[in-house]
Write a protein that binds this ligand. Structure first.
Ligand SMILES: [Zn+2]
Length: 299
């Protein structure tokens, strides 16, 4: 069984902490991470470090929980268990579960969060949407935010949206679309998580569609006025969950190379905060086509 410091070091190699945004909070949050006696037999990957996920890690007997979202993004003066974040910390420490966050360092990585999203959607990645600065350790320029992708066979916007709804984890939100349902889509920009700050880059890329999460009224409306770019807005959780499977597979490969006795698990608990969706009673268009747009089966 590997030590906790060895596993943390391996994950730091996959997603170096110094590549995170300056405002971010990545790396270990709790755990005896410098103790060479601490062993890791099971690792759970999840999007959100919420109580339900902490409880799942404990029930699983995990020694390490790896989440995409930080538990604490800003400073705090308490981890008392009467705060919801403090309760997560207590749950983890009392049960000897370490927590590691890989957030914007995982977004920019090769492969990163948006590579996993593109893979889930069956897209071929061409290059980053916003490439990192040139770096000799990334000779092909594969690191950066978002990805520009191609479809092997063009789809209509309606078909592409249906594919996204079927292949991403089912959420209450489902998938929202802006654009002509019959528009031909052959190139797509994707960005896991909130992507409405990247519209200028998406327009510059000249793609047919942009799939991301958390698109707000004004940026989306302005993007639609600027160009015929189609928008596909999925739940934030759904766009980042595929990274958990990719990350677990990456750690499995490291474990195999090192001969580690280590098991990885991916949480299937939906932690998107939205829990229900009521379609408007007389919406102008509630369906892109004759096919119902309800999300696919949970996966
Ligand atoms: Zn996110």
């Amino acid at each position: 069984m590997p030590t906790l410091p060895d596993v943390i070091a391996a994950l730091d190699t996959l997603w170096p902490r110094d590549r995170a945004e300056a405002w971010d909070a990545v790396g270990p949050v709790c755990g005896d991470v410098a103790n060479p006696e601490a062993r890791v037999g099971r690792v759970l990957f999840a999007v959100d470090p919420v109580q339900e996920i902490a409880d799942e890690a404990v029930a699983l007997g995990a020694d390490l929980l790896v989440t995409h979202h930080p538990l604490y993004l800003r400073g705090t003066t308490t981890v008392a268990a009467d705060t919801f974040k403090g309760r997560v910390v207590h749950t983890l420490i009392k049960n000897d579960v370490a927590l590691l966050v890989a957030h914007t360092n995982a977004d920019r990585a090769d492969p990163g969060v948006s590579d996993a999203l593109a893979g889930a959607l069956g897209l071929r990645v061409l290059r980053p949407l916003v490439p990192d600065a040139a770096d000799p350790t990334d000779p092909d320029g594969r690191r950066g935010l978002g990805r520009i992708c191609a479809l092997d066979e063009p789809l209509t916007l309606a078909e592409f949206a249906e594919r996204a709804a079927a292949r991403l984890p089912a959420t209450a939100q489902g998938v929202r679309v802006a654009g002509d349902p019959d528009a031909r889509i052959s190139t797509v920009a994707v960005c896991g998580g909130s992507g409405d700050s990247l519209f200028a880059d998406v327009r510059a890329a000249g793609v047919d569609a942009y799939l991301t999460a958390d698109l707000r009224h004004h940026p989306a409306s302005e993007a639609r006025e600027h160009s015929p770019l189609a928008l596909v807005d999925a739940a934030h959780y759904a766009t980042e969950w595929p990274w958990c499977e990719q990350a677990a597979a990456q750690l499995d490969a490291v474990a195999e190379r090192n001969g580690w006795d280590l098991r990885t698990h991916v949480s299937r608990t939906v932690t998107d905060p939205w829990t229900a969706h009521a379609p408007a009673a007389a919406a102008p268009s509630t369906s892109l086509s004759d096919t119902d747009m309800t999300p696919g089966a949970p996966n």
